[in-house]
Write a protein that binds this ligand. Sequence first.
Ligand SMILES: [Zn+2]
Ligand SMILES: [Zn+2]
Length: 306
Amino acid sequence: MELRDRKPVSLRDKFKEHYHNRDFTPTKTQVSSFGMGFFGFMVLSLLLEAQLVLVPTIYNEDAWRFWLTTGLIWLTFLETVSNWYLSYWDVKNYVKGETRAKYFSSEMTETPPGWRTCPKCQVDAPPRSHHCNHCGKCILKRDQHCFFTGSCIGFFNQKYFVVFSFYVALGSAFAIYLQILYLSQEFSFLSWDIITYFIPVTFVQWLLGNTTLDKLLIIVHMYLCISTMCMATFVFLWQILIITYGATSFEAWKQIFLYTHSAADNFCSVFGSLKVIPILFFFPIKVEQDSDGIMWEVKRKRVKGH
Ligand SMILES: [Zn+2]
Ligand SMILES: [Zn+2]
């Protein structure tokens, strides 16, 4: 082809060709990376913001409050991160090929009653376990897949997840309290200054040179903390509710209450024992439960639904 025969390609055509028929739906890995990245960003940025900006400014002349607040910040930080770690690493939740062999002999050819062969990972899965498309495995007493911990919440890590959501809610509330104390030194809540707490207004104020970049960033951060606090509080209260009723999120949604015992027994099933619950909220230690999450005694008839 000669040069003069070539049609000029516009930038618009180049873009069209480049992005034509492309699927922009995020993959499961991307969603998980985003969730874990958001968690990591929030935890580290809040720690740095609180230690380097908020606390030194608010309590610069009050040593007692300075050290008390610093201690509480580090306690919340360490509890959140260690319970995240415990929620993330418990791979005992996976249903493996040998799970069935723990209770049934290999001579038994059919799937045991109450069990089902998972069409996706081909293992014999016990009651209450479900396949997770993100993990690619069947999970014992599967509750949900959490993108912020990057793991499935199931029989062995639900206890850590409950404590984790509690500390995320508490840490966010604590951060909002410190951010408001810091910001109210310049913008009062009890005057028209309150309008400055709306991001577009703060942004314009910053462009006009009426406020500093750190104040703008702290206000944006405060909104992220409010969203995180609302979400974590909801998750924590929901978990307490479903544990009380002895159900998983899926079972509660479908109104299947087959495995509910007394509220105390339901809590023991998740946490190991009632005595361990207050300990777990202060010390992030590994705790074993009595059962292995495989065999479940049906206690009550289905209330409604399936
Ligand atoms: Zn499966
Ligand atoms: Zn999962």
